[in-house]
Write a protein that binds this ligand. Sequence first.
Ligand SMILES: [Zn+2]
Length: 307
Amino acid sequence: MNILDFYKEYPDELSCKLKFKSIRDKEGIVCKKCNCKKHYWKKDKWSYECKQCKYRTSLRSGTVMQSSKLPFQYWFIAMHLLTATKKSFSAKEMQRQLNHKRYEPIWLMMHKIRSVMGLRDNEYQLTDSIELDEGFFETVNKKLSKDEINKRGRGSQKQTTVLVMIQSKENKGNKNKNRPDKKVGYLKMKVIHNLKSETINQKIETGVEPDTDVVTDNYSSYKKISQTINHTAYKVDKTNVNKVLPWVHKAISNAKRLLLDVHHRIDDDFLENYLNEFCYKFNRRYFQDKTMERLIVAGVNHRWNEL
Ligand SMILES: [Zn+2]
């Protein structure tokens, strides 16, 4: 969807509200009080009323927009700009584009959208065969006091570890020598706080289907990797990296470059949200026009993870 199509479809606040309502109607509303699924639409209140107990659910309640006071159109513009562009938008840039006075609500809106992207992708597990490796992303710890920062000498900068899993399988008949010998599928990136095998296994068990073939390097953390998958470890060096782990390294360097370009200093608490956006877009790179609509559906069905 380009910007002209967007403005044709969503020229004002009302068109955005109606679109959001039509998707909620399709997805279904469940009463918080009595679990009833049948509702009247109270047009004057922009709310659903439970047929059984009369409890009212506002159009935003239970969705990504819950408790937000920003116009629906802001949310739609943000979802459009985040999905229609290859790169990303900083909250500062979004604030400028929306001409909004305060930074904080725009920043929060964008993180809620990214959080929902992550929740949506968490519903899928990787399967077939995957490459797995860790990447170290430069972040800052904004919770440190000035004294603590001075004591550390290196300021508040730190490296945050990210476990990266990407589906890839043999690309038979590949004649292009510049392309890796593997075809790429879906991607997951998860922040981890250490490289212990329990931590890695927990991510594998939630993110990867049992019996999946998993390829790693022979780093010691991967020695006691989960029993639920078929693990092969290789000694990886410059000569075979393009054969064994081509895509996981590509994904890590692309994500690092993009994040540095757009966001500069990333708070380690929010790194996973930025990665959610990166993965969500990567995983839908062939969706084209449908990406925005699918994101609205995700926003209707998911609230955000507590920020
Ligand atoms: Zn009810």
